[in-house]
Write a protein of this length. Structure first.
Length: 154
């Protein structure tokens, strides 16, 4: 996880989450977050907006999602997701990320693992929640219930 670039000289008018528009996993979760935060945060693929931030190399956008706030602060990878939650009033995740090295390390490791296995995690997301992020289903609950019932009957 690269956090070397933490500021841009081209701050947006509204916080913007920049994500990989070609990633199905990213799109599913971006859509989910957008439903809850669109009044606070814009969501745009790096393929369309990277040129608006000429001081950020395109490779940085390819590595991880980036949340850029109105002051030009850049939050990367898992912290971009945690910072989005802060806009909805839930700041604990971002605070844990910046205050606890163990949490930051764990978050970065998990993020990197998911980033390297996006296709698998997209399939797992669809399996557990369905293909429509606007109306997720709780399939995971039914799978768990079936496993418990089978375990009890054995």
């Amino acid at each position: 996880m690269s956090n070397e670039i933490n500021k841009t000289n081209y701050p947006p008018n509204k916080p913007i989450l920049i994500w990989d528009g070609e990633c199905k996993f990213c799109k599913w979760w971006k859509t989910r977050w957008e439903l809850k935060t669109s009044e606070f945060v814009e969501f745009k693929p790096y393929q369309k907006v990277a040129k608006e931030f000429p001081d950020i190399p395109i490779d940085e956008f390819k590595k991880a999602s980036r949340l850029i706030d109105e002051k030009g602060n850049i939050y990367s990878g898992p912290d971009s997701a945690y910072k989005i939650k802060e806009y909805t009033g839930d700041s604990k995740w971002h605070l844990w990320y910046i205050n606890y090295t163990w949490f930051k390390s764990l978050s970065n490791s998990a993020y990197n693992h998911i980033a390297k296995n996006r296709n698998f995690y997209y399939k797992a997301t669809v399996f557990l929640f369905g293909s429509e992020p606007e109306k997720p289903k709780i399939y995971w609950f039914y799978y768990l219930l079936i496993i418990i019932l089978i375990s009890i009957s054995i």
